[in-house]
Design a protein around this ligand. Sequence first.
Ligand code: KG4
Ligand code: ZN
Length: 341
Amino acid sequence: MKILGIETSCDETAAAVVENGTKILSNVVASSLPLHAKTGGIIPEVAAREQARAMIPVVKESLLQMATSLSIRDWRSAIGQIDAIAVTFGPGLIGSLLVGVETAKILSYVWHKPLVPVNHLIGHLYAPWLANSHPPEFPLVALIVSGGHTELLYITGHGKWRHLGGTRDDAAGEVLDKTARVLGLDYPGGPAIEKVAASGEKACFNLPRPLVDSPDYDFSFSGLKTAVVNLASRPADSSVKQLTNRLVAGLAASIQEAVVAVLVKKTVKAAKEFKVSNIVLGGGVAANQRLHEAMIAAFPGKVYFPAGLALDNAVVIAAAAFFNYAPVSWQKVAADAAILI
Ligand code: KG4
Ligand code: ZN
């Protein structure tokens, strides 16, 4: 089964075709990141307007790539081989989601293909199923760490998950993005902090690790963010510009250590309590190498990372749709304009 996936929950406009949830036939991602780097964060209206412009060219490019992968004469003929259309319906920015969902609905109606709604966070977990001869085995514990979410799940099969806990305030990615800005680093903050932290400076600040030893599976990162803001604006260093490169590197390493320590401790605790031998990480923060090292060191079982599919993309949405296939017929799409969002 070949599924065309569409993903527009944040600032990416993505389309991909995946066969049987495992074989990538195309993968196209257009990002409006350079625009958001200028403003130090995403302005939802700007993101949605860019997505409205990029959506159709991105879908067309994914069909072109699919045609090449399958040696099909032209992209229009590739449409006939698509069995279903998958789309992220949430969570995400509403203006951005609407671009993808409305496009998917129209294509479903015009092409007479079923539509498969996919939860963005569940999509993030499917990266290890792509082109992997040894995909994860159930039951497993999954950690989803992105710009907007920090969620821990216990999963016993495709579509069978239990929410163990999540952040009570800021997400892990959000604290990296916000503290990076305080340190004068680029947006997005996660990769910027990782890069600066890798310069060799020690994690010399004893920053708070909220809820690290709490008996539940919840997270809280706002206290860490406040501690960094306070440190960076102490009278002695009254403006960010006065922070030396060494200090910024030391703070960046300390922030990364604090976030990683909490994520690893809670995830491994859940894996032990639920007696699983597989941990799956998903979402943008799961691209972090220090998180990889620390998770592997703390857990004797197998840890799966999203490799090149950590950031938002449509490949994982199409894969999740295959393994959790729950289609809405195109007739239903046509009859119910308000469907999905
Ligand atoms: O999953 P994603 O692309 O978008 C959302 O669904 O939010 O995640 C974006 C988040 C941002 O907060 C970004 O700073 C973070 O992932 N991120 C990283 C790294 N690459 C992206 N955080 C830590 N280390 C990285 N290498
Ligand atoms: Zn995401």
